[in-house]
Design a protein around this ligand. Structure first.
Ligand code: AMP
Length: 398
């Protein structure tokens, strides 16, 4: 199958050609006909599957055919990074059709709120917003959503985890009853099903390879005590040259400490976490995308949704809380059928949890020996539920 089989409006096809998108990914092949057919849809798909274009293409096609000037599509996302990324995808795909879009997200200054207000009042074809920020605008009364035809929830499970369910329900009340609603989620827990029941109308359902890392990722793990982790990370980074390395740690404190440690070892590293201002976060991301920054240390704010190309290596400095996060983190490498490596550090407390992840992904991950000079690591005993000694409360928060 080729994109040309969809008979998209010629300008949209031109945009696809310019981006060298020829063959639809599985989610695109399945979702596009459903969306073109004006049906509601609930899709289980991870990032990296091409889900963004799966919902944008049919909507941009309809927009190009209708030439509307009002707000036609509302996309709700969990994070500002994802809002910006979808906005950029709209700009790229609609380059020759000229849809207008606007990303609305928190964290900017008063000036950008005013800019958003002006743009919202004038209307943009596609609005991509985080729930909290959009609610602030809706509460002021100037937003007009009476012409919205498409309502999209992206990363719905993440939004529920972040406590946005009430906001989402309120936002939906501002929209016309007669609309097309699409929901994308990496997982399908009962809470998502019940949200879908409330917001969607007889949805079609598709599910794309849930809980399986991309085939191109080579996974490995080291059994390592916490005290050995910094030595090990320097060994890995010096052993082989990678153009881009993304390191995940679970708390912002740990991210900051590791960032400093790597810099002191002469490695070109930056860090990203929720303590940075929006423009600082964007600058760090720009540097990493353009390969000026080789190593980026991040909390899980980067594990989902963010599309950065050619990350050769992802390191889990510590194990994420759940299997889905593991898959999202290592999904930052090997995007769109390239090859990449993912290395996970396992201390004595994380082995049982990692064993559960291995069961979920139906794969036993290779355990590599530590370099001899770092000494012995913990013994591998995945069945033992070794408990971590209690930590001081409030010391390690995300
Ligand atoms: P997503 O899952 O939407 O984050 O997309 C993952 C990556 O795949 C992005 O870099 C897209 O630009 C790219 N992509 C999406 N669809 C295609 C396609 N049909 N052919 C090639 N690359 C694609």
């Amino acid at each position: 199958m080729k994109f040309s089989d969809f008979n998209f409006e010629p300008g949209l096809q031109e945009g696809l050609d310019a981006m060298r998108f020829e063959t639809p990914t599985p989610i695109q092949a399945q979702a596009i006909p459903i969306i073109l057919d004006h049906k509601d849809l609930i899709a289980v798909a991870q990032t990296g599957t091409g889900k963004t274009a799966a919902f944008l293409l049919p909507i941009l096609h309809k927009l190009a055919m209708e030439h509307t000037v009002t707000t036609n599509t509302l996309i709700i996302v969990p994070t500002r990074e994802l809002a910006l990324q979808i906005d950029q995808a709209v700009q790229g795909l609609s380059y020759f059709t000229g849809a207008s879009s606007l990303a609305i997200y928190g964290g900017g200054d008063g000036m950008s709120f005013e800019n958003e207000k002006r743009a919202l009042t004038q209307g943009a074809n596609i609005i991509i917003a985080t729930p909290g920020r959009l609610m602030s605008h809706l509460n002021m009364g100037y937003v007009k959503f009476d012409k919205v035809q498409h309502f999209i929830l992206d990363e719905a499970d993440k939004m529920l985890d972040m406590g946005f369910v009430d906001d989402i329900t309120k936002i939906a009340n501002y929209l016309p009853k007669k609309r097309q609603s699409l929901m994308f989620s990496a997982t399908m827990p009962p809470s998502i099903r019940s949200l879908a029941q409330r917001l969607l109308h007889h949805p079609e359902q598709i599910s794309i390879a849930i809980s399986k890392p991309a085939a191109g990722v080579t996974q490995a793990a080291y059994l390592v005590y916490d005290a050995q982790k910094n030595g090990l990370i320097k060994f890995i980074l010096k052993e082989k040259e990678y153009a881009s390395v993304l390191i995940f740690s679970s708390t912002k404190q740990k991210v900051k400490i590791l960032h400093k440690e790597l810099q002191q070892a002469g490695l070109k590293a930056k860090s990203i976490h929720s303590d940075l201002e929006q423009d600082e976060r964007e600058e760090v991301l720009r540097g990493f995308r353009s390969k000026q920054t080789q190593i980026l240390v991040a909390t899980d704010i980067l594990s989902r949704g963010i599309d950065i190309e050619d990350i050769g290596l992802v390191i889990n400095y510590d194990l994420p809380n759940d299997a889905e996060d593991y898959i999202h983190r290592i999904g930052r490498t090997a995007r769109a059928s390239t090859k990449g490596e993912a290395i996970t550090f396992l201390n004595e407390y994380d082995q049982f949890k990692f064993h559960k992840i291995e069961q979920l992904i139906e794969k036993e991950v290779e355990k590599r020996p530590l370099p001899a000079y770092l000494g012995e690591g913990p013994v591998y005993n995945p069945k033992a539920r070794t408990k971590r000694p209690p930590m001081h409360k409030g010391k390690f928060r995300r």
